[in-house]
Design a protein around this ligand. Structure first.
Ligand SMILES: Nc1nc2c(ncn2[C@@H]2O[C@H](COP(=O)(O)OP(=O)(O)OP(=O)(O)O)[C@@H](O)[C@H]2O)c(=O)[nH]1
Ligand SMILES: [Mg+2]
Ligand SMILES: [Zn+2]
Length: 356
């Protein structure tokens, strides 16, 4: 990663304005470029404005709730000895409910300006899943572009783009062969110097191949998919940020098996704004748009102007959102109570020790 100034790393007024006069002389901002287990890899400039890589331990944030932990894309303020002080407030945040039985929020990336939703012209393609990604990004007002890969392996890739344009007229879609060095060039239109783009999508769709093509280097390992079901083999195992030669940053992500939404009420409203607007015209205020008379949403479906699939996915995401947000809120409360318990226990033990 070669940088000459902080703007190359995505620094902007949004972050600058969070520094007070004291911080300006004695603190340095570093951007998180990868997080692996307990190690945070950061990039920034030292006092002499020389490029510097920094490795920090996550220990500093041990008492913070999950959302207070550094994630890729964050800005961390350090002192002149390069010791961590605090995280700067995030401009945007992409998160999901972590996989597994335990309810917890998993941070995917922060301070992202654009998301490339990458999917290939094969069995991976799913509009329902694309709407999930759109919802997660919309929750943070992040602009999305759908990137359809493997157009070279598909006799008629327009089938996929046509399917997408139904009900998503304003969605920007790019079609590429990521293995052809000239093809990812069309994505350059979306890459603005100083801005950060996250590539999200299932394993094997070509995220790392796109990154290698755009940075003109084989920085990221890529791996073949299974022929039987077009599924990838989870070649990329951790998130990492990469600088492009012409400016702009790309964030590679491991393919996600499951993308459960959480805290995404606004994201659903934005992604399904057509249904949300129609719902206001339903006869009953609490209309569920299933069988109710006078339902404006069902009327649109009957008229062929709204897909039943889209309504089903809307319902599915709404109930998932309610379920996950509730269980995560319960978990947050019990974590807080546990935190209070430990603090009190620590204080009591200190009091007893000082009496000994
Ligand atoms: N023919 C063709 N092959 C592609 C294209 N994009 C990616 N591939 C191939 O698909 C396989 C998977 O690509 P990767 O870039 O590793 O996929 P990924 O999305 O990074 O996968 P994970 O790291 O597992 O999440 C590799 O063998 C690539 O060469 C494309 O547009 N056309
Ligand atoms: Mg990869
Ligand atoms: Zn209705």
């Amino acid at each position: 990663m070669q940088i000459n100034n902080l703007i190359d790393l995505g620094w902007s007024n949004v972050f600058q304005s969070q520094l007070d006069l004291e911080s300006l002389g004695s603190h340095l901002p570093f951007r998180v470029v990868s997080v692996q287990r307990n190690l945070i890899e950061c990039a920034g400039l030292d006092r002499e404005d020389q490029q510097k890589q920094l490795q920090l331990s996550t220990y500093h944030w041990r008492d913070e709730p999950p959302e207070g932990h550094p994630t890729v894309g964050d800005w961390i303020l350090v002192d002149l000895e390069f010791q961590p002080l605090r995280l700067l407030e995030r401009n945007t945040l992409i998160k999901r409910r972590g996989a597994g039985k335990e309810a917890f929020v998993q941070l995917i990336a922060s301070n992202i300006d654009t998301v490339f939703i990458v999917t290939s012209c094969n069995d991976d393609f799913s509009i329902n899943r694309i709407e999930r990604y759109l919802t997660i990004a919309a929750e943070s007002n992040i602009h999305c572009v759908v990137v359809l890969t493997k157009t070279d392996l598909c006799p008629d890739p327009t089938i996929y783009s046509d399917a997408l344009s139904q009900g998503h007229q304003n969605l920007q879609v790019e079609m590429i062969n990521a293995t052809d060095s000239t093809s990812p060039g069309v994505l350059s239109n979306w890459i603005v110097p100083g801005q950060t783009i996250a590539l999200l999508g299932s394993s094997g769709v070509g995220k790392s191949t796109i990154i290698n093509g755009l940075i003109e280097n084989q920085e990221q390992a890529t791996g073949a998919i299974r022929d039987s079901d077009s599924k990838g083999r989870h070649t990329t195992t951790s998130r990492s940020l990469h600088c492009l030669p012409g400016g702009g940053l790309l964030l590679d992500n491991p393919g996600m098996r499951e993308l459960q939404i959480v805290d995404s009420e606004e994201g659903i409203k934005t992604t399904f704004s057509d249904i949300d607007t129609l719902a206001r015209k339903c006869r009953f205020q609490d209309c569920q748009h299933t069988t109710e008379p006078g339902c404006a949403v069902l009327k649109e479906i009957e008229a062929g102007r709204l897909e039943q699939r889209r309504l089903n996915n809307y319902h599915e995401l709404l109930s998932e959102q309610a379920r996950n947000s509730e269980s995560v809120a319960e978990r947050r409360n019990s974590d807080r109570a546990l935190g209070r318990f430990y603090k009190t226990a620590k204080k009591t033990s200190r009091r007893f020790k000082s009496r000994d």
